[in-house]
Design a protein around this ligand. Structure first.
Ligand code: TXA
Ligand code: MG
Length: 345
């Protein structure tokens, strides 16, 4: 994309895959669906195309991209070592929400893909339309989440259009994504495998296949060099301040927010929302009734409140940090800057 030139962003149906693939082959950007969130696709072997990804997202260029592949055999072409752990994990979880960091053959991808690292992140998404798209392009696709850098990841094609319309050639619309949170990132390039980003594939599930692993997804300070470069950037932040709120504390939290005499929004399960029917519907965004539905709707809910600029405060429901709840609380924590509502405040 030349500076200042606005593209006509197309919405491709699954039946229009050949047109989407042709745009990618021509070096254009096309957003694709996955089971986690929508990705911003470019041909991973075309450096000029990959550069456009950083431009379109406003993404810092030291933050490397995930390489999306249609099969395990493609990964083996690019890596210097495909360990036994990778063989076991791909057999157990691919296609699916587990991204593996592996050491690369020298020159396997451009520095634009890897951020200058000697490793790359590989993922085999569990979405048939996108697996077909990758096969039609004939090369792996880089795919960061298809949002403006710093904003919540897109779980609907409309989110992609909101952030990137005019900046990309198109988006393949396959409806809402399933999981709603980005994949688990597991580093297999070090002696002890470590989770750099929690996702739907849990630590317990990984350990059941390869034995004990480490976790390394703490909040990174701006001047620290993190293992996953993306960890140091502000993430998922809506315009309003988010407060992480326990289900049992919502009544106290609503009383506290009401005293501020400013519109505020709830992001909570139906059971919690049912206690506050006097609040406007627009300010009661449903996370459904479980950690599964809450994960699906969290980013949509954060984006919902960005459409309501008068809302300066969001009370968002906490879940136990176990299983999928680890990933949910990781994303919610970042969107809130770790701010918690404390019942005794
Ligand atoms: O579910 C997902 O993973 C989505 C969908 C579209 O596939 N993609 C996604 O990509 O979330 P992105 O770029 O938003 O996040 C990739 C994360 C970043 O935190 C990045 O720093 C880290 O993976 N990463 C990528 N390559 C890495 C590497 N070689 N070493 C360490 N971390 C890496
Ligand atoms: Mg992202």
């Amino acid at each position: 994309m030349e500076e200042g030139v606005k593209l006509q962003t197309k919405v491709f149906k699954a039946s229009q895959l050949p047109a989407a693939a042709a745009a990618l082959v021509a070096g254009e950007l096309v957003s694709f669906p996955t089971e986690t969130v929508y990705g911003l696709g470019a041909d991973a072997t075309n450096e000029a195309a990959v550069k456009k990804v950083y431009q379109a997202k406003g993404r810092p260029s030291d933050n490397p991209l995930i390489v999306h592949v249609a099969d395990v055999a493609t990964v083996k072409k690019y890596v210097s070592n495909f360990p036994e752990t990778a063989a076991k994990l791909t057999a157990a979880f691919w296609p699916g929400s587990l991204t593996l960091i592996l050491p690369l053959k020298p020159g396997a991808f451009s520095k634009t893909v890897t951020g200058g690292l000697s490793t790359a992140a590989f993922r085999n998404p569990n979405n048939q339309v996108t697996l077909d798209l990758i096969k039609q392009v004939g090369h792996p696709l880089v795919g960061p989440s298809a949002n403006t850098s710093g904003k919540p990841s897109p779980t609907l094609a409309s989110h992609v259009l909101h952030d990137l319309s005019g900046k990309i050639a198109g988006v393949v619309d396959d409806g809402p994504t399933g999981v709603g949170l980005e994949s688990t990132v597991l580093d297999l390039s070090t002696a002890t495998p470590a989770i750099l980003r929690p996702g739907a594939v849990t630590q317990a599930q990984i350990e059941s296949v390869i034995g004990p692993i480490a976790t390394n997804h703490h909040q990174v300070k701006a001047d620290e060099v993190p293992k996953a470069p993306g960890m140091k950037y502000k993430h998922y932040a809506p315009n309003a301040q988010v407060y992480i709120t326990q289900a049992k504390d919502f009544e106290a939290a609503v009383n506290w927010a009401q005293k501020k005499q400013q519109p505020f929004g709830l992001l909570a399960t139906d059971a919690v929302l049912a206690q506050f029917t006097s609040l406007p519907d627009n300010y009661r965004f449903s996370l459904g009734d479980s950690i599964v539905s809450a994960s699906q709707h969290l980013f949509d809910g954060l984006r919902h409140y960005d459409q309501l600029p008068e809302v300066k405060l969001i009370l968002a429901q906490a879940f136990p940090a176990e299983g999928l709840g680890v990933a949910y609380m990781n994303r919610l924590g970042k969107s809130a800057g770790q701010a918690h509502f404390k019942a005794d405040r």
